[in-house]
Design a protein around this ligand. Structure first.
Ligand code: ADP
Length: 353
């Protein structure tokens, strides 16, 4: 097994720079997820690690060896794509063994490796079928099997679950987590879905515009975001953000009827603007009439998301356990622990601590 190290990695397509000097250490056996909005550079970074994109600048090491300009086949990596890329005329077992066959691996060895991958992925009863007779989830398992039989040091996954429906995505997510437990290889996984990132990762790398915004274990990013972008991206529904004005001893929030949130964080001088963030799970609706107006409540059964309009035009979401009991159009107020509020610089959007 091998770790992966990136040192000041850059990528330019013609004149456009899309990766701006990434430094990253992925440990041996770690499950690392690259997450971020569309176009942030996560696939490009993964494809540079795979050797499918030339690296413009910087250095890339796999297992301590410099592979910056090595052929994909020499890197000890296997990639699983969003679009499965199976051969339609081959059976499941032929698809899984094809790469080894091309490399002239003896048939007995191929059979043993395919049998092992099939056991891990529970594909035994499908080995003689062709891809068209498989569901999307089964096809993706075959694509993962094809990566496993090559015995890579590092598995690379490029949005592997995006083509599956919601229920299958959850099943496959659990399977991939189990696979990582069982084979313990280093895995790097690209997704735009922060729930996949939170549930699968040992380490999340949040990317935006070709830069790393923050790296850390999922709950560190959730509990301790470095900036407004990470705070808003990690967690569902997204964190509520409101304009605040620094006052003596805390921050006044217009959306909450100029309520003062007391805090000990290092704030700029009174009168300056800051951004206040509170997660929907930290807000409670209270029955007293207040400055907020209930817009709608989305009832999901176990929880409800209640959308509130503030007098200054800002909107808040409150997560309510059970049924919301909210009546559209009625006035309400919220309660929260002041220590659950985050504060961000209004200009740089960096966290104030
Ligand atoms: P993500 O995977 O996060 O959606 P990508 O890595 O695919 O993002 O793309 C990052 C940026 O690089 C985007 O702005 C995209 O338009 C650009 N890009 C990707 N591939 C090419 C290419 N072959 N030529 C030019 N620009 C590209």
């Amino acid at each position: 097994m091998s770790g992966v190290t990136a040192r000041n990695i850059t990528k330019k397509y013609e004149n456009q720079q899309v990766i701006h000097g990434i430094d990253l250490d992925i440990q041996e056996g770690e499950f690392c997820v690259f997450v971020g909005p569309s176009g942030c550079g996560k696939s490009t970074l993964l494809r540079m690690i795979a050797g499918l994109e030339e690296t413009t600048g910087g250095k890339l090491l796999i297992g301590g060896t410099d592979v910056t300009h090595a052929d994909p086949a020499e890197r000890g990596v296997s990639m699983v794509f969003q679009t499965y890329a199976l051969y339609p005329h081959m059976t499941v077992e032929e698809n899984m063994g094809f790469g080894l066959k091309m490399n002239k691996v003896p048939k007995a060895d191929i059979d043993a490796k395919v049998a092992e991958a099939s056991r891990i992925l529970k594909l035994d009863e499908y080995l003689k079928r062709k891809p068209k007779a498989l569901s999307g989830g089964q096809r993706q398992r075959v694509a993962i099997g094809r990566a496993i039989v090559r015995g890579p040091e590092v598995f690379l996954f490029d949005e592997p679950l995006s083509n599956l429906d919601a229920e299958l995505r959850v099943d496959m997510r659990v399977e991939i987590a189990r696979l990582h437990k069982e084979i313990g290889a280093t895995m790097i996984y690209v997704t735009h879905d922060q729930v996949e990132a939170m549930t699968l990762a040992d380490k999340i790398v949040v990317l935006r515009g070709g830069n790393i915004e923050q790296v850390g274990p999922p709950l560190d990013l959730y509990d301790n975001p470095d900036n407004k972008f990470v705070a808003g991206f990690i967690g569902s529904p997204s964190m509520n953000f409101m304009q605040g004005a620094v006052a003596d001893g805390g921050v006044r929030v217009a959306a909450l009827g100029d309520r003062l949130i007391p805090t000990n964080v290092n704030l700029p001088a009174p009168g300056n603007k800051v951004i206040v963030g509170i997660r929907p799970q930290q807000l409670a609706l209270i029955s007293a009439e207040g400055p907020l107006t209930i817009d709608i409540a989305e009832e999901l059964g176990g929880v409800a998301y209640t959308y509130l309009d503030a007098p200054n035009g800002e909107r808040l979401i409150v997560e309510v356990r059970g049924k919301s009991q909210a009546r559209s159009g009625s006035k309400t107020d919220v309660d929260f622990d002041p220590d659950s509020a985050f504060f961000f610089d209004a200009e740089t959007e960096q966290r104030l601590r």
